[in-house]
Design a binder for this molecule. Structure first.
Ligand code: VG1
Ligand code: CO
Length: 543
């Protein structure tokens, strides 16, 4: 066993985006590419001697090779103990749970989340800090800066070991502990939710379909929903993680989880449907022929938080990302708790949760979670809904419609223009940025603009500032149009257009979202010249 110092030269563009560094697998396969980024992480986090780190990923193609490299580099950097999920598997929320439970210094997550996998798909890597959450910008910026100047990496030449069985072994001075990827997480869930009530629900004939999307969520859902909660075998579909997710896009929305949506629309549909994404941190909630928007799901969870034992004492506050609908804000107002608005990406919620300012967080992109960990948590949201259904014994659709009747309905939709020309996308955003200051007061169709700006955020806890987080155009009635560029894509640029319209009158709650939002979509297209500038006749994906 020898530790080698290997000369290397920087790769351009190793800049973490919304959630870590995401690139094509082929880019990661270049000799030294992964090594350089991991070296930049070790250089940035400093002395790890005697410390514990956690390592795991969503099992996609290249996961195993990456685990091998990272273990050998961690050993070369004197890490005391590495907790690794069996076979290199840990969902993103499970990794966050393990970091917190075992007092680790941090963790390395291997995932490109909702992006497709396989040899032609995407791979990703992200560093999480000791609170279990994604590293804040100041750390990801430092990792990037280091990746651009480093001249060597350090790695042990030890042959890597069998990670398919639980156990402990030593490489160099580092102890490697292979752990059950599900156990710690399952125990945490059992403490938050009323498993007895949910078991009784299933025992009474309640039927559910959970779509694991051939991603990492499957084993967690199978152990907890079919195992601990007694749902019949077959409740979890696509429950075995595949390196390429069966060729699908592991993104739980009505477009990509079409199989689940079809089952939930069938005459013999189960009572409840759900799905999670590549790394298990997103969720979609579906009733019979009724998909719940993520923003509404967060609002419903906030309204009913106290049904779950872990939240009996009530919630301290809510945080949502800026493009997420303002439905949760209305709940926060009624509960008398604060509602924070942050830029897109879970890393912005960490400080708020650490400071005890919020309990629940959510994003429009099918992400929901709480301060039980510091990542969004797909299965947590599903278990919350199961707990709610076990208590209220009403269909999902009824729960949501009653919520709208009480708080009003926020019609909401996101339009994605994927893989458009990067320069055209930059120009489109630059033009909107320049236009924003003059929009206030303008009348656009039936709307009047109250405020238009390029959203920036000052973290209330540490005062850090994040600029250029999306162009928002807010109308006098609270309706909104938001434009931003994706920070997780790996091809060209992806423009996201977010549309929201608030409707207080229950008589107006029966429209489909597309028609309700059509006037706002027209205004957005006219302002941004979306179709002309992207050369597309419409969005690639509408959710
Ligand atoms: C997207 C979503 C964002 C989410 C991020 C990571 O980012 O919009 O809300 O936090 O993905 O989710 P972007 O920059 O592409 O819009 V995950 O489940 O891919 O880690
Ligand atoms: Co994800």
């Amino acid at each position: 066993m020898t530790i080698h110092t290997v000369p290397t030269t920087p790769f351009a563009g190793q800049k973490p985006g919304t959630s870590g560094l995401r690139k094509k697998v082929t880019e990661f396969q270049q000799p030294g590419y992964l090594h350089n980024f991991v070296q930049a992480i070790f250089d940035t986090i400093g002395d790890c001697s005697g410390q514990t780190l956690v390592l795991g990923g969503d099992g996609r193609y290249f996961n195993r090779q990456a685990i091998d490299v990272i273990l050998r580099m961690a050993a070369a950097h004197g890490v005391g103990r590495m907790l690794v999920g069996r076979s290199g598997i840990l969902s993103t929320p499970a990794l966050s749970c393990v970091v917190r439970k075992h007092g680790a210094m941090g963790g390395i997550v291997l995932s490109a989340s909702h992006n497709p996998g396989g040899p032609d798909g995407d791979f990703g890597i992200k560093y999480n800090t000791s609170n279990g959450g994604p590293a804040p910008e100041r750390i990801t910026d430092a990792i990037y800066a280091q990746s651009q100047v480093l001249s060597h990496y350090r790695i042990s030449d030890i042959n890597c070991l069998n990670l398919d069985q639980d156990g402990t072994f030593v490489i160099e001075e580092m102890t490697v502990q292979v752990i059950d990827p599900v156990a710690d997480y399952a125990e945490l869930m059992a403490g938050l939710f009323d498993f007895r009530a949910i078991r009784a629900l299933f025992a009474g004939g309640f039927r559910m379909c959970f779509d694991g999307m051939s991603a990492v969520g499957g084993p967690y859902a199978t152990t907890i929903i079919e195992g601990m909660l007694g749902a019949p075998a077959g409740t979890v579909i696509n429950g075995v993680p595949l390196e390429d997710f069966g060729g699908h896009h592991p993104d739980p929305n009505p477009v990509n989880a079409a199989e689940l949506i079809a089952r939930m629309a069938a005459p013999d549909a189960p009572d409840f449907g759900a799905a999670s994404d590549g790394d298990g941190d997103r969720n979609m909630i579906v009733g019979r022929a009724f998909a719940v928007t993520p923003s509404d799901s967060l609002a419903v969870i906030a309204t009913n938080a106290t049904v779950a034992p872990g939240y009996r004492a009530g919630i301290k506050g809510i945080a949502r990302s800026m493009p997420t609908s303002t439905a949760p804000d209305r709940v926060a107002r009624e509960l008398g708790v604060p509602c924070y608005e942050t830029p897109t990406g879970w890393k912005y919620f960490g400080n708020l949760m650490d400071a005890g300012l919020v309990t629940l967080c959510g994003e429009e992109s099918y992400g929901t979670g709480s301060d039980h960990i510091r990542e969004k948590d797909g299965l947590w949201a599903v278990l919350f809904w199961l707990n709610l259904l076990a208590v209220q014994k009403k269909p999902v659709e009824t729960i949501v419609r009653e919520h709208w009747a009480r708080f009003g309905r926020n019609y909401y939709s996101r339009h994605d223009y994927e893989a458009v020309d990067a320069i055209a996308a930059q120009e489109l955003m630059a033009r909107l940025r320049a236009m924003a200051p003059s929009l206030a007061g303008q009348v656009l169709n039936q709307y009047t603009v109250a405020l238009a700006d390029d959203y920036h955020y000052t973290d209330p806890v540490d005062g850090s500032v994040s600029t250029q987080q999306g162009i928002r155009i807010i109308m006098t009635d609270g309706s909104r149009i938001v434009f931003r560029l994706s920070g997780t894509g790996t091809e060209g640029a992806t423009i996201r257009l977010y549309l929201e319209r608030y409707e207080a009158d229950p008589a107006m709650h029966g429209m489909d979202a597309a028609s309700a939002l059509a006037p706002l979509a027209d205004i957005a297209d006219a302002l941004a010249e979306l179709k002309i500038r992207t050369g597309r006749s419409g969005p690639t994906v509408t959710t």
